[in-house]
Design a protein around this ligand. Sequence first.
Ligand code: TRP
Length: 357
Amino acid sequence: MTTTKPRILTGDTPTSTGLHLGHFVGSIENRLALQDQYECYFLIANVHAFTTLADKPSDIRANTMGIVKDWLAVGLDPSRSTFVLQSEIPAIAELTFLLAMLIPFNKVMRNPTLKTEMTTKDMGETYPFGFPMYAVGQCADILAFRPELVPVGEDQEAHIEMCRDVALKFNQLYCGVNNRTPPSEHHKAGGVFPIPSAKIGRVGRLIGLDGVQKMSKSLGNAIFLYDSPKDVQKKLNRITTGRQSPTEPGDANNVLMQYVDAFIAGKDPARAAEIKRRYTTGDNLGDGHVKQELGEVINALIDPMRARRAELETPAGEERVLGVIRDGIRKANIIAEETLHLAKKAMGLDFGRRTVG
Ligand code: TRP
């Protein structure tokens, strides 16, 4: 492994299992493509899972194992990338506390991503202190690895913005970086933290089978990466567009056409353009035909993943997953400890260096 590759960090919270096509086009596809060009850190935010599931530790554990299995099944490769288990990286917890001093409380409470979560999850006034704190924790997750890029869905942008702000402030306050230094120059100017940028996936938001809302497990409008080939086709066949016949000009932005963009255009742009032309001009291309073609393309995409996922649901698979987790902890702590040391030194907290491992 060369050390000259730029770094990326991203992650998932193990609050549920089962990747669907929305996750695939929103983030997984992006991660797969980045594995060669970047030094990648993929974080399992299992501590954050306790913000909403503190009373269900066994679910969190099962989901944690499930996420690693999902990652291995889709082709994330632990020999090229590091899988980071948040709860075993003490530097993240320490940085969370230190960074919390540099983020105004009211700014956390105004964070639009947190606010949306509070309403969609109906959290009312009863959420734990740790819930808003996770936004600060996410800054620490990121900065502990000093990445340049953070590939995420657009719902995470507010968190990345907060992370950038706190990194700028840290570098200015403790590393003598001038407040007119542009973010891209901070590291060169002596800042501990490079200022990371969000990288939003190709399809930020994949529409669900209902053609209205974002694809999501809880809305029941998702195709899962582990649905059987038959179920994939059945689900597609149930999509309604309101189009009456193959000679009626179809809507270029309906759910079927959005899926053509998401699943055919990347691989075969000419075919996607042909489908769209015939569909929108009413050139005898029926919804049923498009659904069939989408079914074939989607099944070809997920067949190998489904097979790999099944292999991991065995005792040997379970052992492999634990091995990958332990290996990742070891690799991740090397860099996170180094970051913490640099940060503490900048803060005048370098009273002695410990080893973690
Ligand atoms: N909050 C993210 C999500 O729910 C998961 C996450 C935790 C994350 N820490 C991160 C993503 C750091 C990117 C970087 O999807």
